[in-house]
Design a protein around this ligand. Structure first.
Ligand SMILES: Cc1cc2nc3c(=O)[nH]c(=O)nc-3n(C[C@H](O)[C@H](O)[C@H](O)COP(=O)(O)OP(=O)(O)OC[C@H]3O[C@@H](n4cnc5c(N)ncnc54)[C@H](O)[C@@H]3O)c2cc1C
Length: 378
């Protein structure tokens, strides 16, 4: 039986002593917030509370795409959010990625500057032409709005598209600013940075209730001057109208006979994604075929999504027999009525930095900083 022992006197002492800043949740957003809080307020007591023995959210369960949105996803966002918000959000993700790389360095993240690619297969020619016609416009908007300099999206030449080695690939669009990283390495580096500055990290401590001036849980009552709720989808328990869960699922193949094409790949407005890593294929997505069913905190893989990805997408990625999938996992994203994260005041002395959506690896560092800045300035 796996029953956690109750807190010792020493453990309780740390959980009941007043903190200047307390952060709920130790994903990329929460730890980044704690990092900035302690960096700029070295004398303050900064405490991060994490419910799991290890972090149980999306960060270490992500697919490691360091991306800020394919051209077709961006255009879809323009339709649903308007141009200002859609291009602004892409810019925030881009800046978040830059900040992440500056803080940790590419080695610590195992960052590969391999570029991101959006792909369209033979049965998607109509969609591909539609996006091709808009590429120049999207690039210009990103430049003129001051979000990203340089040519962001460019269509691959025919021979480059062929060289990717996929079956019946019609068109591919490259984004040279994207790449891939190792999510567990990212988290390790963040924790080491936080501990090095003197942030206090407590795992296995679930916050049950958030009040102005204190956090409550089983066997503790922590007085804190300022609180940041950074538990992403799990904030649904407190703010159901602001954030809800969306399951994302990933599969890993056996070792491939030949190296997979270099790059991180997106398909179907970013709903499907795949990349080579350590001689294997990492393949995820499929949520768009069952949006209702995927609104769940379950971390089991679903047979429906598996059938779709293995039946529809996998065979297109190999000219010969596709590989067997040998591992899989699922995790919980935080989404909501808007694709924009919810960063702001919740109640006196309590802020949120939640709803990171499907690109929180790009956004998390900046979102954490924005949350930290609000706490310090107000
Ligand atoms: C399978 C999958 C693949 C993904 N792939 C990518 C990708 O390739 N690229 C990308 O950019 N994004 C990806 N994402 C999304 C990205 O991982 C998230 O947007 C990002 O990690 C969110 O980080 P976060 O710190 O805000 O939240 P989380 O990482 O979810 O962290 C929240 C933390 O809060 C803790 N917590 C919850 N409730 C409490 C409580 N009451 N008390 C204390 N602690 C609590 C949780 O245990 C968790 O550790 C993916 C997500 C999933 C699930």
């Amino acid at each position: 039986m796996n029953v956690q022992p109750k807190f010792s006197w020493w453990e309780k002492e740390g959980l009941n002593r007043p903190a200047d800043f307390a952060v709920v949740g130790a994903g990329i957003t929460g730890l980044s917030a704690a990092y900035f809080l302690k960096l700029h307020n070295p004398k303050a007591r900064v405490l991060v509370l994490e419910k799991g023995a290890r972090p149980e959210g999306a960060t270490v369960r992500s697919a490691g795409f360091a991306c800020f949105g394919s051209a077709s996803e961006l255009l879809l966002d323009v339709e649903s959010m308007g141009a200002d918000e859609a291009f602004g959000l892409a810019g925030q993700r881009y800046r978040g990625l830059q900040m992440l790389r500056e803080i940790h360095g590419d080695m610590a993240l195992e960052y590969e500057a391999c570029g991101g690619f959006e792909v369209f297969f033979g049965d998607e020619k109509g969609k591909a032409e539609e996006i091709r016609d808009q590429l120049e416009h999207v690039n210009r908007q990103l430049n003129e709005r001051g979000e990203i300099d340089g040519v962001v999206f460019s269509e691959l030449e025919r021979h480059e598209t062929e060289a990717l080695g996929f079956k019946d690939l019609h068109m591919a669009i490259k984004n040279k600013f994207e790449g891939g990283l190792q999510p567990q390495k990212l988290w390790n580096s963040l924790l080491v940075k936080c501990l090095g500055l003197g942030v206090e990290y407590r795992s296995g401590v679930e916050v049950k209730q958030v009040e102005s001036g204190r956090l409550l849980g089983l066997d503790f009552e922590l007085p804190c001057r300022k609180i940041l709720v950074a538990n992403n989808a799990f904030a649904h328990a407190w703010l159901p109208e602001q954030v809800k869960a969306a399951r994302a699922q990933v599969w890993v193949s056996e070792v491939l006979a030949r190296p997979f094409a270099e790059g991180t790949f997106h398909h179907k407005e970013g709903y499907n994604y795949f990349r080579g890593h350590a001689g294997r294929l990492i393949l995820g997505g499929g949520r768009h075929i069952a949006l209702e069913e995927e609104t769940t905190f379950s971390t089991e893989n679903s047979e429906q999504i598996k059938q779709y990805l293995m039946g529809e997408l996998l065979p297109k990625l190999f000219r010969n027999n596709p590989p067997k999938m040998v591992e899989s996992w699922a995790g919980t994203m935080g989404i909501g009525i808007s694709k924009k994260p919810r960063i702001g005041l919740w109640k006196p002395g309590v802020w949120t930095a939640i709803r990171m959506g499907g690109m929180g690896i790009a956004l998390g560092t900046l979102a954490g900083k924005m949350g930290a800045d609000l706490m310090v300035e107000n």
